[in-house]
Write a protein that binds this ligand. Sequence first.
Ligand SMILES: [Zn+2]
Ligand SMILES: [Zn+2]
Length: 350
Amino acid sequence: MMKIKAYAAASKEADLKPFELERRDTLDDDVKIDILFCGVCHSDLHQVRNDWKNSVYPVVPGHEIIGKVMEVGKNVSKFKTGDLVGVGCLVDSCHTCSACKDDLEQFCENGATFTYNSKDKHLGGHTFGGYSESIIVDQQFVLKVPENLDAKAAAPLLCAGITTYSPLAHWGVKKGDKVGVIGLGGLGHMGVKFAHAMGAHTVMITTSPSKSEDAKALGADEVLISKDEDQMKKHAGSFDFLLNTIPVGHDMNPYANLLKRDATMVIVGAVEPLDPLHGGSLIMGRKSIAGSLIGGIKETQEMLDFCGEHNVVSDIEMIDIQNINDAYDRLQKSDVKYRFVIDMKSLKES
Ligand SMILES: [Zn+2]
Ligand SMILES: [Zn+2]
């Protein structure tokens, strides 16, 4: 076992502070990763503040990890020292249930092991995430990162990227489809980039007219202001697919109204109660509303390969780990375009 530097929150009221944690030795199927960059996801903030009532302290957040392989176990053939790799929200699962067999480890029926704040099968206690110098992960949960991508801007692909790519891929979004992305934040900006890269006619749907120029720069063909009833009427019944990234409970009725017959809106942001939905919104036109959670490991690799081919990365703002608490305050106010990424050199040199 080895001790390494990290940043942790000791309680829901506490700031993140320097912390020392232990990682297991590199086992036969393990990849030991020197962490270069770690994205800051809204879930990190939720877990630190115990918003989902399941946090175990100390919490070391971070599940958008990019690093270089330092060492591999003797059964590892897919990776070698020096490779650029990623780790997302998952570090293990049961490997035997029907979800795991279908490459959907995020839905593991026996409980997937999440990168942080999950039961640690090896050391006991709970898992610690990427706000740390290094991490040791079973090879099946390590992703290859295309070398042509900007490594720091690739970090958010591991959560924000797969969260938005997976529903677009699963529901078969294709060239020429009219796709709406609702909400322009960390998730929404990736949704626009992916829908555009897949060849869809991409419409950014937002409450703020001030976001129009930014949305177009990210690849939106059109911007629809959801507060403008005339515009909403004009687009009614015209969308093949809607990706709803709004992070809080809201009224879905106006959006359901935008769907074409047989089209689907997928919720990826709001993990909380939603306002009542009028049954007629779905019945009239055989419409669907669904949800989606990150993606399995196989699909996450497909997403990274897609990003390599289409040169898709996140728009980021780099920070040092010492500024993480300020970054959380700004994240709370959605004051970031569009993802903070921690330069982990700042931790190693501290
Ligand atoms: Zn996340
Ligand atoms: Zn399983």
